[in-house]
Design a protein around this ligand. Sequence first.
Ligand code: IYR
Length: 233
Amino acid sequence: MSPTAQQWTPAHGEPYRPVAYRPERMPAGRTLERAAELRERMGQRRTVRAFSPDPVPEQAVRDAIACAATAPSGAHQQPWTFVLVKDPEVRRQIRAAAEQEEQLSYEGRLGDEWLAALRPLGTDAVKTHLTDAPALIVVFQQRYWLGGDGSKRKHYYVDESVGIAVGMLLTALHLSGLAALVHTPSPMRFLAHVLGRPENEKAFAVIPVGYPADDCEVPDLVRKTLDQVLVEV
Ligand code: IYR
């Protein structure tokens, strides 16, 4: 039965049941064109901290989350939950709680070395993006599987799996013409509380989504060149 027709449950302990996979091979010329185009388009992505309150096409955000949920994961356990927060009151609560933590962080909890690393980015404890952006995607890691009857099962490579899913989410949002930010208020425990998440879920990141504000500015960052990040053997 398809997972849409029935609540998904882990295939734990079931036998290997292979099915044929024969995607049509793309001609090399087309692959090269696609790859160059994607490289160019992804090079234009910037992390945005100043959002317009304009609404975004909501289905595009759901589609991007669906793309993220195609990510590979440890033992195909898909250990993620994406909470899409549109309610302005809930966004206000998240901002108030995040700013309380961030104030302590920027007033010294981060330490001098971390603060120096952040200085070129121009960040501070004021998190207008949490209320200006029309939507927040709060990504939770399922640290373990929790059955309806309270039974638990170990999840593997949760950090890696959720990190990959977030990368795919950012890619999908950007290629759909939407701006985003990976915000990691620390500590993030308040998010599970505010959003009423179950005990097996731990917040991983808050991703405001929207359009850049008309007066949006970003730091003048330089990306490493391909030569600097690629080693060919
Ligand atoms: N969580 C804080 C600090 C912060 C940390 C890193 I590493 C950044 O790349 C950016 C910010 C904040 O959100 O401001």
